[in-house]
Design a protein around this ligand. Sequence first.
Ligand code: SAM
Length: 233
Amino acid sequence: MSWHAHIITLFPQLFPGPLGCSVIGRALENNIWSLGLSNPRDFAPDKHRTVDGPPSGGGAGMVMRADILGNTLDHIRQSHPDLPVYYLSPRGKTFTQQTAHDFKALPGMILLCGRFEGVDQRFLDHYNVQELSLGDFVLAGGEVAAMTILETILRLLPDVLGSASSLHDESFENGLLEYPQYTKPILWQGHEVPKILLSGHHQKIAQWRLKQSEALTEDRRADLWQDYSKTKK
Ligand SMILES: C[S@@+](CC[C@H](N)C(=O)[O-])C[C@H]1O[C@@H](n2cnc3c(N)ncnc32)[C@H](O)[C@@H]1O
């Protein structure tokens, strides 16, 4: 069974977009994951396929309607009764690498991409939908957030990346930022690749990389450094 991503979006033409390229795109072709798309406009009863209404109580913009989103989700649930539903929203819990590890263990997820001023609260309450944020900023819609979240999860699935070991040292995997990387040529514009990396001494290279990771993390991310220092003690 492949990991299933089902997206509710007013712009299904945006998908798979970047998720159709490179390793994630190949994984889609190889059925490691599968993609479903539902457009709420297909579940709107009127001839204009209206999905939004003015905010109750007044104010700017429009709000996505609970009844139309409910029809959309009920339809998806007929074929995917067990998938959890998440609404991409700046008000949600911030998505992290750890969240991605938690989500990869699920059979998949249904992601609702908001537009306009967001969605009617009654829909979220009725279906107990959790909210997930990409960070403390406001996008025009949830589609880019959904793609970002999916790309992060999907590259963690078995057999998606060529070498599983490439995940191990990555930023956030061990509470640290990744060490600096170098490649050919050995000398470029007067800058040399650090000699230790050319020594072939694997243990010393690993020690050097850890030191670099620690220094970078301490310098750039006080929050991560505090947690890491605690666990190191
Ligand atoms: C213009 S935003 C609505 C913002 C909303 N009025 C608010 O102030 O919280 C439209 C849609 O973009 C998506 N979106 C915006 N910022 C996001 C973020 N930081 N993380 C995830 N989704 C976001 C959500 O799906 C949202 O419904």
